[in-house]
Design a protein around this ligand. Structure first.
Ligand SMILES: [Zn+2]
Length: 256
């Protein structure tokens, strides 16, 4: 009888210990969950660079950029009212402004043009929402392309053998065509055109210089109609931004 009581005491004690262990384990797990890193946030966007801070973090080398020229039809280097607020006291946010803001009278709805040949639309957004401040945007990735001779293709029914393309003169001439294949590589350079009113291209679309990719708007973080134009180099540091202004105009009348 006494033995049975002792046994049941032991059982309830071991149950209590098990329960305590379970509670302890779940607490430890909960703590581990709380301290998990927010690894989804891209690091460079949130580097704590103070206003007027370390602008040397931004690479200013634009040698070899495949992007050049004015990104709109209206070429206004001489009369431009433009904001260049990269990383100085005028930019009161704890991360640098990576691009150039272009604004001039009548810019609303202006066509935005590709500033490079052989580009492909890497990313685009056309929801008209805040979208992290970017609003509607297009990202053009610059490609390096060349044509490679691939093979001969017969254009009529007469081409029997590639070794005898002109067997006789009195029969229909064999018509051979040299077929070329275009081979492209992503250069790593890309340009971003932000705050658009509308996007007129789709992801994956091939775009050449001067093609319309969208229209100037004020979506996302914009206090008025302007184009945020940004060139990103694969050779620069975090963010990879370059100074796009020398690529747009040879000479500027600087209003700032
Ligand atoms: Zn901007």
């Amino acid at each position: 009888m006494q033995k049975a009581v002792r046994q049941s005491k032991i059982v309830s004690l071991s149950r209590a210990i098990t329960l305590a262990l379970l509670v302890l384990v779940s607490v430890v797990q909960a703590e581990a969950k709380d301290s998990a890193p927010l690894s989804a946030v891209p690091e460079w966007r949130f580097d704590p660079i103070p206003p007027g801070g370390d602008c040397s973090r931004i690479g200013w080398t634009y040698d070899g950029t495949p992007f050049s020229g004015w990104p709109m039809e209206q070429h206004v280097c001489e009369i431009v009212v433009i904001l260049r607020e990269y990383c100085d006291e005028r930019w009161p946010f704890p991360y640098p402004h990576w691009g150039t803001d272009i604004r001039f009278p009548g810019i609303e709805g202006a066509n935005v043009l590709s500033t490079t040949d052989y580009a492909i639309v890497g990313r685009a957004h056309d929801e008209g929402d805040w979208n992290g401040g970017m609003g509607n945007y297009v990202e053009l990735r610059a490609l390096d392309c060349w044509k490679e001779r691939q093979h001969l293709r017969c254009l009529n029914e007469e081409c029997e053998s590639i070794l005898e393309p002109f067997p006789e003169l009195d029969v229909p001439q064999n018509i051979w065509q040299m077929v070329h294949t275009e081979i492209c590589f992503d250069t790593g350079w890309f340009a971003t055109y932000m705050h658009l009113q509308a996007v007129t291209v789709e992801v994956g679309q091939r775009v050449d210089r001067g093609e319309v990719i969208g229209r100037v708007g004020d979506t996302g973080f914009a206090t008025g109609f302007h184009l945020h134009y940004e060139i990103t180099s694969p050779f620069n540091g975090p963010g990879g931004a370059v100074d796009a202004m020398p690529t747009m105009c040879d000479e500027w009348i600087e209003p700032w």
